[in-house]
Design a protein around this ligand. Structure first.
Ligand code: HAM
Length: 418
């Protein structure tokens, strides 16, 4: 009884129907582009041999602290962390890589392993266009692989997909972050440079010099000073330099335009060697990274597993949609207009749908004129008009118009449309 009372009381209280800050409701027509982009993603992931992998949307908080790095912005400022009813600290995934690597280790798989994912991620950010608190990533992880060919193949997949979904002014930007052999030496050299130029750096950068000088390289405010900073690529050990060289050579052979940026660093701590971003340079600098990724040879071990070097990327679908000039495909092939009521139309639609056609109709018995208006908005290529009292139907496709018995319509349209 008590719940009924409170439900009734609630009825009189106004409520906001807005989605939570930094999240979006996405419906038609915008969702048509989403649908096309996500379908295209499946096509390209398949072509490169990546099966779908699905991991939980929440994980133990420790996974991201260890994987992403506990002094990264993502972990210190952006995670949606809560204690569940069993007293465990869990976090809505801010990214997909740590979860996929955990799943890979848990599966006991050995040898080259591929996984593709598509799903919502969560970061508590200051919302703006292309920077959401719930956002969608598609991505891949390629594990237990070490050679530069793997890096090139991964970079190619992202590039081909982004090209297919018509992201204009696309740039692949590349760097090498070295490994545990050469990076410490470079960090010391970089720290010395930053200390010497302390007065010219912003407060945020100065505060990073001790703990994470590499992150300073990302500072837009300090960019003029940082052009003089030593670059990692000039301090790579021989194996890292050879690896980097071969990734670039492979990209050139694949005819993927790319540009080196010795100051490219990534916001997550697990990267070694190759780091890259896909930029849509038409968008504002704040959200023009439509994707990023790299190699993370130490991540599996950082999570407490065996050594399993890997490489992957994630692309931000919200940003792809902002940048893309893709014209969405129509939702349906056929619109059924009925002069003899919605019941007839439903039966006719059912026949066409079972034959594999995508069909829409009016179920509310609206006027024929209103049905034609809706048919126009649907952008269906074919229109089928059911006459009063049965008999031959009127079929229109593009500029062509013909009449035929109802039982012939499905086969005829399939021949034209599918
Ligand atoms: P990330 O650079 O943090 O990398 O994110 C990848 C992409 O997700 C970004 O380039 C951006 O397009 C999109 N993104 C990130 N945050 C937001 C946001 N708040 N709103 C909208 N879009 C956003 C990773 O997540 C790594 N896990 C990538 C990776 C996979 N590295 C290796 N494998």
């Amino acid at each position: 009884m008590e719940s009924t009372t409170s439900a009734l009381t609630n009825l009189s209280r106004p409520m906001s129907f807005r989605p939570p800050k930094g999240t979006d409701d996405i419906g038609a027509p915008e969702s048509h582009v989403w649908r096309d982009v996500l379908r295209e993603w499946e096509v390209w992931a398949d072509r490169f041999g990546y099966p779908l992998v699905m991991t939980p949307i929440f994980e133990a908080t420790e996974l991201f602290e260890r994987g992403v790095g506990d002094d990264t912005e993502v972990v210190t400022k952006q995670m949606y962390t809560f204690t569940d009813r069993g007293g465990r600290s869990v976090t809505l995934r801010p990214e997909g890589t740590a979860g996929v690597v955990r799943a890979f280790l848990d599966s006991g798989a050995t040898g080259a392993w591929k996984g593709a994912y598509s799903g919502a991620m969560f970061r508590y950010e200051r919302p703006q266009a292309g920077r959401r608190r719930q956002f969608w990533q598609v991505g891949v992880e390629y594990l237990d692989v070490e050679g530069p060919t793997a890096d090139a193949e991964v970079i190619e997949l992202g590039y081909r997909f982004l090209t297919a979904v018509e992201v204009p002014s696309l740039e692949v930007v590349l760097n090498s972050l070295g490994d545990e052999v050469c990076r410490p030496g470079y960090v010391t050299i970089l720290r010395t440079f930053l200390e010497e130029n302390r007065e010219r750096l912003c407060d945020d950068s100065v505060s990073l010099i001790g703990a994470n000088p590499l992150r300073v390289l990302d500072c837009k405010v300090c960019a003029p000073v940082l052009t003089e900073a030593p670059a990692m690529k000039d301090h790579l050990c021989e194996p890292c330099a050879a690896h980097y060289h071969e990734v670039k050579t492979a990209l050139t052979r694949l005819e993927i335009p790319h540009r080196e940026d010795g100051r490219l660093v990534r916001g997550l701590d697990y990267y070694t060697r190759t780091a890259f971003e896909y930029l849509a340079t038409d968008l504002d600098a704040a959200q023009n990274a439509v994707g990023g990724g790299g190699r993370y040879d130490g991540l599996a071990e950082a999570l407490g597993g065996r050594r399993a070097p890997g490489v992957g990327f994630a692309l931000g679908v919200d940003r792809i949609i902002l940048a893309s000039v893709l014209e969405p495909a129509p939702q349906v092939d056929v619109y059924l207009v009925s002069e003899s009521g919605p019941g007839e139309a439903l039966v006719a639609a059912s026949t066409l749908r079972r034959a594999g056609l995508r069909v829409d109709l009016d179920t509310e018995g609206r006027s024929v004129k209103a049905q034609f208006r809706t048919a126009g908005r649907s952008r269906a290529r074919a229109l089928v008009v059911l006459p009063v009292g049965g008999g031959d139907v009127d079929v229109r496709i593009d500029e062509e118009r013909t009449r035929m018995p109802p039982q012939d319509v499905a086969a005829w349209l399939k021949g034209r449309l599918l």
